[in-house]
Design a protein. Structure first.
Length: 276
């Protein structure tokens, strides 16, 4: 009897988890599609303003630039100085946009979104960066995945522990189990999610040497050492010169004798009337 009840309990938990998974998948899919559509519409509105000559520098949105292609093949660039594109890359962008059948789309190789307008005298193509758009979608998808994992981990724990531990304790256990996932999904510091903060902390504190592999050179300390070296060199040269003068005087004394004693000897010889 107890085995049948246990199997029935696992069956109920499995059916409940399947239902929760389907609901979460439907909700998250709708959220992602809505967010993607909203971001695309925002970028399209900004590109339309750029085609009309407004919002090049991104005061009301992302920075844009516009290329105007004439029938003669001349290409003129207008718009924000935010983009630094060489002439070859610009021609490649224009050729790829002209080869597309859709008037708007995404150039994945260049991370740019474009909007084309075919006029009577020229073709105007507006471009904007799609990196922020793609980053926002990836961040949202990661947050939704973490919330789904929280539900898939915490809900079974609640159903499995409600009978043995009681509803209140099982509910507290559900909250404690889901909190780390919500923390990873919602917490940010300086624009960085927790996984990046943890990775940077481990890279700096654990996987990087504490001692710096180099030592900075203080310019003032180098000048001080240079001045000290000059003073020591000057003192050494003065000492060497003084020592050389003493040795020269000793050599003359040994060769000619002491001049003072030589003068005293001559005076004595004159007084006594003796000469050498």
């Amino acid at each position: 009897m107890s085995g049948m009840i246990r199997r029935l309990r696992w069956k109920i938990v499995g059916i409940s988890m399947l239902f929760v998974t389907l609901v979460l998948a439907a909700v998250f899919t709708g959220v992602m599609l809505t967010a993607r559509s909203s971001l695309e519409q925002s970028s399209t509105r900004q590109l339309e303003k750029a085609l009309r000559g407004e919002g090049y520098d991104g005061q009301n949105g992302q920075p844009c630039f516009v290329t105007e292609v004439y029938s003669s093949g001349t290409v003129r660039v207008m718009g924000s100085s935010y983009y630094q594109i060489s002439e070859e890359d610009l021609l490649a962008l224009v050729q790829e946009c002209l080869s597309q059948q859709e008037e708007s789309g995404l150039l994945t190789d260049y991370h740019l979104r474009y909007l084309r307008y075919d006029g009577s005298l020229s073709i105007r193509i507006a471009f904007t960066d799609s990196t922020l758009e793609q980053s926002a979608l990836r961040a949202m998808a990661g947050n939704l995945l973490l919330i789904a994992l929280a539900a898939l981990v915490a809900v079974p724990i609640y159903f499995l522990t409600r009978r043995s531990l009681g509803t209140d304790i099982a509910l507290m256990l559900l909250i404690v189990t889901a909190l780390p996932f919500f923390f990873l999904a919602l917490y940010e510091k300086n624009g960085q999610p927790p996984e990046k903060l943890l990775r940077n902390y481990l890279r700096v504190r654990v996987f990087t040497r504490r001692e710096r592999p180099y030592q900075t050179q203080n310019r003032f300390a180098a000048l001080e050492r240079q001045t000290y070296l000059q003073e020591v060199t000057q003192l050494a040269s003065n000492s060497h010169a003084a020592k050389g003068g003493k040795e020269k005087g000793r050599g003359l004394e040994q060769r000619f004798g002491d001049p003072a004693r030589h003068t005293a000897d001559r005076c004595t010889e004159k007084a006594t009337g003796k000469s050498r």
